[in-house]
Design a protein around this ligand. Structure first.
Ligand code: NAD
Ligand code: GLY
Length: 364
């Protein structure tokens, strides 16, 4: 029950391996890229449950581990976090041809990938993602970044990993809320361009909610296949890669308005953002109302929020949300960029949306 997906980028091509129990094969999978010692970057939560196993698997395969264990949380994706990590890695003997292994969620993947991109002018790294979001999204495609006081992911670079190893068994220790939030990104792949996948996801609500292993592997692998296909022909987001931002213009505004707090996880914001993008598309006469209903029903069945009113605490006001949308790093010349739809699986990118229509959707 292992799937292998190719990201085809010439001499920067790599494979994404998805399956149960792949951590047990980490030594042979990493061996082509590793010297005697690898440098594992992880956070305390992941280290507590999975680092011992990774270390012993690699040791048994003749690879020694030096590990940098960071505080969990978005705060690690900062200039201070980067300085701390690069100091730790350099102090522990990292060399130009060493391999860094990002072992964690999207925070660790983005930070360790960025550190790999700038240390010694660029060294190799591997991704072993441990959250569902990281397995289906952030570990694939080579976007790395840290945050600045001006916003999220504003300092970063494209630096592709040598390999991605997504072991779905690692998700067993993930808090349920994180697992469900990550599922929003899986639904996104169906909603943006793959109606058959969306229909399959609808048919698997019970198995996926229960974390049934075979369904999970299939959903993760198919998501990686969709992302790999898009990244392979648009690495730098000159075109289709922007479709991956379905739900993100609204979603980022909601995250910013709730101060990136645990009132709203990223995946939860994307779920509400997708529902709003479908509602906006319907309001503009581009997509049938039935498509919105279908999307919202499925997200709700997967225990995801779909309305702004589903966010606990005070409702973010529309002016604040509009401000964040117009100042999003993806906005162009003061125009917010939206991914809209013509139905399930038919997304497209546009800047041509009236503020009045956006206001109407935000008020709904
Ligand atoms: P995260 O990395 O903060 O992980 C969420 C929480 O789960 C953390 O507390 C972590 O310690 C814990 N955790 C991770 N794996 C675990 C496991 N197996 N068992 C128990 N606990 C575990 O959050 P995330 O949602 O994975 O990633 C969010 C980040 O990803 C954001 O910074 C976002 O900007 C970034 N991101 C990047 C891309 C990209 O393309 N590079 C795409 C989407 C999101
Ligand atoms: N998560 C969006 C992208 O990788 O382009």
């Amino acid at each position: 029950m292992t799937e292998q997906i190719a990201v085809s980028l010439g001499d920067r091509s790599y494979s994404v391996h998805v399956g149960r129990g792949l951590l047990g094969h980490a030594a042979s999978l990493l061996a082509p890229f590793a010297r005697r010692t690898v440098y594992v970057v992880t956070d305390r939560n992941v280290a507590a449950v999975h680092l011992k196993r990774l270390t012993s698997v690699l040791h048994d395969g003749g690879i020694e581990v030096r590990s940098a264990i960071l505080d969990p949380g978005e705060g690690a994706k900062s200039f201070q976090g980067l300085e701390r990590l690069t100091d730790l890695l350099l102090e522990s003997g990292l060399e130009r041809d060493s391999l860094i292994v990002a072992f964690g969620g999207g925070v660790i993947g983005d930070l360790a990938g960025f550190a790999a991109g700038v240390l010694k002018r660029g060294i190799a790294y591997a991704q072993i993602p441990t959250t569902l979001l990281a397995q289906v999204d952030s570990s694939v495609g080579g976007k790395t970044a840290i945050n600045t006081r001006h916003g999220k992911n504003l300092v970063g670079l494209f630096h592709q990993p040598k390999i991605v190893i997504a072991d779905t068994e690692l998700l067993a220790t993930l808090p349920r809320r994180e697992l469900i939030a990550g599922y929003a990104e899986i639904a996104k792949y169906g909603a943006l361009g793959d109606p058959d996948f969306f229909a399959w996801l609808e048919s698997q609500e019970a198995t996926l909610s229960a974390g049934e292993p075979a369904a999970l592997v299939r959903a993760v692998a198919h998501s990686c296949r969709v992302k790999a296909g898009i990244v392979s022909h648009d690495e730098r987001e000159a075109g289709d890669r922007a479709l991956l931002n379905l739900g993100h213009t609204f979603g980022h505004a909601l995250e910013a308005a709730t101060l990136f707090s645990d009132r709203l996880l990223h995946g939860e914001a994307v779920a509400i953002g997708m529902a709003l993008a479908f509602r906006l598309s319907a309001l503009l006469g581009l997509s049938p109302a039935a498509a919105t209903e279908r999307l919202e029903r499925h997200l709700r069945a997967m225990s995801l929020p779909v309305r702004i009113s589903d966010i606990p605490g005070p409702r973010p006001d529309s002016d604040t949300l509009l401000f964040h949308m117009l100042h999003d790093k993806k906005s162009r010349d003061g125009h917010a960029v939206f991914v809209l739809v013509r139905g399930i699986g038919q997304a497209f990118v546009t800047e041509d949306v009236s503020i009045e229509a956006v206001r109407a959707v935000l008020a709904g």
